[in-house]
Ligand binder design. Sequence first.
Ligand code: DGJ
Length: 744
Amino acid sequence: MSIVYDAAARTLTLNTRSSSYQMQIGPLGYLLHTYYGRRAEGDFGALHLPKDVGFSPNPHELAAGRGWSLDTMPQEFSGANAGDFRLHSLKAEREDGAWGADLRYVRHEILPGAYGLEGLPAALDPDGEAETLSVTLRDPALGLEVELLYGVYESRDLITRAARITNTGAGTLRLRKAASACLDLPFGDWDLIHFHGRHAMERQPERVPVLHGVQSIGSQRVESSHQHNPFVILCDRHATQDSGDCYGLMLVYSGSHLTQIERDQMDAVRVVTGIRDEDFTWTLGPGERFDTPQALLCFRHDGLNALSQHYHRFLREALCRSRFSRAPRPVLLNNWEATYFNFDREKILAIAKEAKELGAELFVLDDGWFGKRNDDRSSLGDWFVNEQKLAGGLEPLIRGVKDLGLQFGLWVEPEMVSEDSELYRAHPDWALTVPGRLPSLGRSQLALDLSRPEVSEWIYQTVAGLLRRYEIDYIKWDINRSLTDLYSPALPAGQQGELAHRCTLGIYRVLERLTAEFPQVLFEGCAGGGGRFDAGMLAYFPQIWCSDDTDPIERLTIQRGSSYGYPLSAMGAHVSASPNHQTGRRTPLDTRAVVAMAGGFGYELDPGKLSEEEKERIRAQIARFRRYADLLREGDYYRIGEEEDPADYAAWQVVSRERDESLLSLVLTHPSANPAPLHLRFRGLDPEARYTLRLELFDAYAPEAEIGEERVYTGSALLYAGFTFPRLFGDYPSAQIHLKKIAD
Ligand code: DGJ
């Protein structure tokens, strides 16, 4: 039993292998959060001593004692307008305008299995070990009940959380805030790590101290956004990649989100995460309920790498529904950076032929195949073939690709519409616009109103139609603008605040149906690169195009930042041409491959422009990737080095779960004239084992004698004494060290 109720102490404890999480039914039924941290047994209520704090109000019934305040005691799910001035988790408004939430315990239930959420992706129970705790709280005055849901995955050190709010009154209730989770950390000195960015430079880790006041991380773009990922880490000031207490909070949500971190007057920290509440409302009629998105909580006492590894496994194994999540993925070649919009059938088939000769398994036809799309100003919505470019339609092209022995993939962007399209001319009201105002354009396009069932039905039918008609093995599902002009004629005036969330529910509805009906299709998400790179999308898509920036040196930080929460197998990463199209930087071909292997490996270049020598190298890269594919997809990933932007090199390592194989990759980012020795220690190996070590250097000059043949090392030597690289020399050289355990 991972969930334990102690009737005497009135505690509910959730135990995972390495963590314990405890709440306690306190005075008047207020649900207190007593502990979350390293696994420990006991009643942690005594940690939180009531104290009379000036200007922190007392519940009326306890006023005589004056020592107990909602404003200072750690709360499991904070209310509003009832005595707790810190961050609120729930704000509801009655018909007469009375608002807030004063939540008190009513009952709890412990159930086997995982819980589901209405219209939202939620973690599954792949090993049959999950248990669910449901705790119901009530605010009788406002007429609402909140069911707090906890999914406990003992062996995975993961706890999922969500809230289900029901209107139990006779009138209408308006939700003004409905968070997924609240986490109070009354003691300690914490740093916040969050992942900010912009288009083509996503998920840059930033570590800052949690100071007094409120820090906010969020998006109002109705996509999780390039700018702020819905994942934060709170870690001990002294935590490193390999040591220290770390908490992760990750939203399984792809729309507008908000995570706030407050350090209060008593130095306690509260984190509240969920749907962004500014501009949000939700109307509940009597008996109606609202489910919040799920949040994934993880605590590790042993550093950031361990925290990441637990998220990686959980997303891959317990969240993603796709059969590809744990299966080998085809090495693809995508034509976007090879041709952009400028192609015809002959050109595409020529690229596909070369792709096959290089060893690729999947050819992906990107943007420009439909309507009369010759640039990005038209045709979104017209998902029928551009006969000018592809005379005779998609069939002969697909046949040509398949005859080469390749799988065929297709790009779509079905949530969007161009003003210059047949769809827009037929249904101008399907685009989000505020009546009387010209809508803002993003990449010359408008967004469809996915809150409308007829629109999401049309999207489903359109994509399902393509998948039924053509032999398509892979879909790249793109979205290339943030949503603005949020107004829907289909919603009553008082419910416009529901639109953003309804649009997100709309896309989930479509993806739920399509991925269930076409499980044989590999879906890759995309949003102008990584603008919707989140656990909500990863429930459906096993991989997401990580960034439109394919420069391998820039990718080092983008992929490293992404790795804090998301597995390598989720990060679409391609070898592209040099000089790079986004930065103009020249990099060696093999370094580009080393970096792309830390992701969903593929190519995005015109193979016709490669020399024979380059083609030979690519064949070798693909063969190398195939050798390591299972290890890279399923292994435990370690960031090597503490610095986010190491001055001289970037390094990472993947270790098989059995610790019998490992691959360490390194890219020299700043060669220097007289460098100090480049020395690293390995992670995750079996200290007792012996490993053969094979070092491969790419585009690096190094004295032959220092490279050597395969050598044998003990695990302890590599872990504790480490390894000194031969001197690497040149422009962005790279290296890979493969370790294989020697059988006893
Ligand atoms: C943005 C994507 O991120 C690119 O890879 C490419 O598919 C373009 N859209 C096509 O318009």
